[in-house]
Design a protein around this ligand. Structure first.
Ligand SMILES: [Zn+2]
Length: 289
């Protein structure tokens, strides 16, 4: 019997995705996390597996992980790799270190954010390799969703652990705090340059055709930008005026989230000098002359 999480649309709590890669669910389903955060055990075919991401810090997750490692007779974990500082990815790091005291935890530094989790962190550098028995993971700095975001490229499988950069369910948010759409688009271009097959996303199911999904994400953002510029060609507009046009087909309760997305595009276009913020409350935007 597959072990299913109620309320997460039958998404299994644990799954064997390849001889090396197993998935343990963070058990934190929500509107923002889909079926919950995926945490990945890598190197399960050998004597020194590691863990990518740790869920949000629920006791149920720690118990699930501990039980799964026991059930599979897995050797002790050798380290934790984190994709970024958002609480649904780093939140369980301290608890996992409760099972494996002194387990090294690696992430790309974000001073001012990292400290609040009270976990000793080792700084990941772009391009750094983490090697274990039967696997090599290379850190790829991928800002845009969060400035500290790292994807991990699994060389032997030509697979990528994408955290929140590419998702198996839902859309990636570009938060104003530490997000940047221009950086995000450059990140997607960078991912296209990888020799890539599978994507193991931070939320939702495995994506078998990684490059197709990355191209889909790029095309979606470029189409949105084209629509915004089209709206502004008719004169100055507020964000919600543009949302009312561009998201006409979408239910009203999604319009605030859509506004955030439009804002991330406007921030980029203003930074590029293509659009001006005329101010006002709410602010009106116009095409630069
Ligand atoms: Zn995130």
């Amino acid at each position: 019997m597959p072990d299913l999480l109620p309320g997460a649309e039958g998404f299994p709590r644990t799954a064997v995705l390849s001889p090396s890669v197993h998935r343990v669910l963070g058990l934190n389903p929500s509107a923002f996390t889909g079926p919950g955060t995926n945490t990945y055990l890598v190197g399960m075919h050998g004597p020194g597996p590691l863990l990518i991401d740790t869920g949000s810090g629920l006791d149920a997750y720690t118990a699930l992980l501990r039980g799964y490692l026991r059930e599979t007779q897995a050797p002790p974990l050798t380290r934790i790799l984190l994709t970024h500082v958002h609480p649904d990815h780093i939140g369980g790091a301290g608890d996992v270190r409760g099972i494996f005291p002194n387990l090294p935890v690696h992430k790309f530094p974000w001073p001012g954010k990292d400290e609040r989790y009270n976990v000793p962190l080792q700084a990941v550098r772009d391009g750094e390799r983490f090697q274990g028995p039967g696997y090599t993971l290379r850190a790829v700095h991928t800002p845009g969703h969060a400035r500290d975001h790292i994807c991990y490229y699994y060389e032997e499988e030509r697979a990528l652990f994408t955290g929140d950069v590419i998702l198996g369910v839902g859309t990636t948010v570009i938060p104003r705090d530490g997000g940047d759409l221009g950086d995000y688009l450059a990140t997607l271009e960078r991912l296209l340059a990888l020799d890539l097959k599978r994507i193991y996303p931070g939320h939702g199911p495995v994506i078998e055709d990684g490059p197709a999904k990355v191209r889909e994400y790029l095309a979606h953002r470029l189409e949105r930008e084209r629509q915004i510029l089209h709206e502004l060609r008719h004169g100055p507009r507020t964000i919600m005026e543009m949302v009312a046009e561009i998201y006409r087909e979408y239910p009203k309760h999604l319009h605030n989230a859509a506004g955030e997305s439009v804002l991330s595009h406007l921030d980029k276009l203003v930074k590029e000098g293509r659009v001006l913020n005329q101010g006002g409350a709410p602010a009106r935007y116009t095409l630069a002359a």
